[in-house]
Ligand binder design. Sequence first.
Ligand SMILES: Nc1ncnc2c1ncn2[C@@H]1O[C@H](COP(=O)(O)OP(=O)(O)OP(=O)(O)O)[C@@H](O)[C@H]1O
Ligand SMILES: [Mg+2]
Length: 253
Amino acid sequence: MTDPVVDCHDASVTLGEFQALRDVTMALDPGSFLAVMGPNGAGKSTFMKALMGLVPLSGGSITVLGNRPGEHVRREIGYIPQIKTLDRNFPALPMELVLTGLRGTWPWRITASERETAHEAMKIAGVDHRIGVPIGKLSGGELQRVYLARAFVREPKIVLLDEPATGMDRRGEADMYSVLDKYRSKHGATVIMITHDWEAAHHHATQVLLLDRGMIGYGAPGDVLVEDNMRRAFGHVGHHHSMTIPISGDCGA
Ligand SMILES: Nc1ncnc2c1ncn2[C@@H]1O[C@H](COP(=O)(O)OP(=O)(O)OP(=O)(O)O)[C@@H](O)[C@H]1O
Ligand SMILES: [Mg+2]
């Protein structure tokens, strides 16, 4: 038996007065693809932040790679946040943005080996052909891939993606899933993705965590994404295979 990569017991988070997450209990095997789903305000982004130790728990426990979330664990995690506060007019190159994922700070000077590392990550994310183009001139989908490259650049064991398909067309989305699948199998990595796309979750996820502050379901997509749970989460049942909910994040435009 392998140790779980993420292990939560009754994990709860209170933000101010507001209980954003209540009693989440789940364990995830390494190499899994977890889709985190639920309505707006369900605590999905909060759950991701809790995994990284960016918000404290008000109750319960979480371990990630056998450790309490925090700085040490964050080094093993590649993260794409939901809302990117990047001024697209800022005169930056994709490579610089990618390397912030390696250094944690802006890389004013870039060594030859960093250049090589960034190029490799951009290749994996399928955006290396745009390497010399200022970020302000990239399309939303291309910029999203640059963020993907940024998440890959340390070769993390866990990749967290908060609604990464924002700004991507169907083709771009399909490419992203194949990039993630390749990364996952090459590195034995675990992918955790927040998405509103039921069809994609059915297709690509090995596990689904359905949240509405509390846990509605956790398990294989076919067991969790059932009518009864959908009704509990969303108050109605949408068209199962085409239901995508408009999302609020943007690509920094
Ligand atoms: N710092 C904060 N103080 C108080 N409440 C907060 C804070 N940050 C977030 N919240 C609230 O916590 C709830 C959960 O937020 P979270 O961002 O985790 O939801 P989400 O499931 O990611 O939603 P979405 O689908 O809209 O991205 C929301 O109701 C939000 O308004
Ligand atoms: Mg969110």
